[in-house]
Ligand binder design. Structure first.
Ligand SMILES: [Zn+2]
Length: 141
């Protein structure tokens, strides 16, 4: 059984990693105290997860609550793994900056209707060459 490097808890379950660990608590406090409902940290793990993954409230005016929640979970997991497997890893001094940067990049890349390119569907298939010709197919990758 692995010991959490930061908090020294020997019995690390999913609730501990994402919610009750001192490291994850610090991240939740840094990213946004309003991201989860005030009492939700006291509810059962699955209820907490379900409730926040379905949060459609816009935080900071433009960020869907479920997106910020999911990205924060992902960073908690990413940094936890970095800490365990990469001895040179330095925990960010301001975790919210990394999380908010990622969320903003995701929002910019996923705005529907933003792209001006027109998509065209083309069906491709093999076609027989003319008589007296040889066709060589190759994969360009
Ligand atoms: Zn911990």
């Amino acid at each position: 059984m692995k010991t959490n490097i930061k908090c020294r808890v020997s019995d690390e379950d999913i609730d501990h990693v994402f919610r009750s660990c001192s490291v994850s608590c610090r991240i939740w406090e840094d990213i946004c105290k309003d991201i989860t409902k005030s009492n939700s940290f006291k509810t059962e793990w699955s209820s907490w997860l379900w409730e926040n993954l379905n949060c459609n409230t816009l935080l900071l005016g433009q960020i869907p609550g479920h997106l910020l929640f999911a990205v924060t979970l992902w960073f908690i997991w990413k940094w936890r793994c970095e800490k365990v497997f990469n001895l040179r890893f330095l925990f960010p001094s301001c975790p919210s900056k990394s999380i908010m940067k990622y969320v903003k990049e995701w929002l910019d890349a996923n705005v529907i209707g933003k792209s001006s390119t027109v998509k065209e569907s083309r069906f491709i298939s093999w076609s027989r060459p003319p008589l007296d010709w040889v066709k060589l197919n190759e994969d360009g990758s």
